[in-house]
Design a protein around this ligand. Structure first.
Ligand SMILES: [Zn+2]
Length: 251
């Protein structure tokens, strides 16, 4: 038996490449073939991805990581895009949102992974809303918009699922989904901005909920949400990669 020390993981690979893009490293200097060859064997017959080679859960999170990796390396040899698309479409629930796996409950994070992956893979264009019935997009965009819009609740914040409290990070997961679909004009921006400000800590950074202590994860997505809202002083985001446009395009 071969023991694998510190084996590679799709989420770590995605994060590493995104960080390299953010610091301006030219990814064409990397050995992308070995990354892509390794990744290709992680795709399952149903189109989903497993994150590691020794077996693990498989769902939309790792499919998203794989799509983002191929996009950043500008090489799609690491995955079968048609199969991946089929898996994503199987994850859309009866209520319009996407679950992490086929048949599971709709969730803001899974919905972002689905729509961002379709965008990265080239199945969703800039004119998605006017082209919602195009054959390339079999996702039910209308019911997805309905589900997404219903996630903004009375306090102005955005929840990840029905009957859950508003949470800073879903302002990004749902806001970026709406933005990718060209529909963020339907968000009540003023109310969302007010909610996010209540989650900003006096110590700096953002917490998950109002008056909570800040953490790095919610601070990042709090700022990302403010960028989607067009806050002055923040750079525009590449919504589907979750980094600035400047980092995504290497400018
Ligand atoms: Zn959160």
């Amino acid at each position: 038996m071969i023991s694998i020390q510190n084996g590679s993981h799709l989420a770590s690979t995605y994060c590493a490449l995104a960080i390299l893009k953010i610091v301006g490293y030219n990814l064409s200097n990397m050995d992308s073939e070995s990354i892509l060859t390794s990744m290709r064997s992680l795709q399952q017959p149903d189109g989903s991805f497993m994150p590691i080679h020794i077996g693990a859960e498989r769902d939309l999170r790792f499919l998203y990581c794989a799509a983002a990796i191929c996009f950043m390396l500008n090489n799609w040899n690491g995955m079968d895009r048609e199969k991946a698309k089929e898996y994503i479409l199987n994850c859309q629930s009866y209520d319009g949102g996407f679950g992490l796996t086929p048949g599971s409950e709709s969730h803001g994070g899974a919905t972002y992974c689905a729509i961002a992956s379709l965008r990265l893979m080239g199945f969703i264009g800039d004119d998605c809303l006017s082209n919602a019935s195009a054959p390339s997009s079999k996702a039910n965009i209308q019911s997805l918009l309905d589900w997404s819009l219903q996630r903004q609740v009375a306090d102005g914040g955005i929840q990840g699922r029905p009957n859950k409290p508003s949470d800073t990070c879903y302002a990004f997961w749902i806001g970026a989904t709406m933005g990718t679909l060209g529909a963020n004009k339907f968000i009540d921006e003023k109310a969302l901005r007010s909610f996010l400000l209540t989650c900003q800590s006096e110590c700096g950074g953002f917490g998950k909920f109002p008056q909570e202590l800040p953490d790095l994860y919610h601070s990042y997505y709090g700022l990302a949400a403010f960028s989607i809202l067009g806050e002055a002083g923040l750079k525009p985001l590449c919504l589907e990669l979750g980094v600035t446009e400047a980092a995504a395009t290497g400018l």
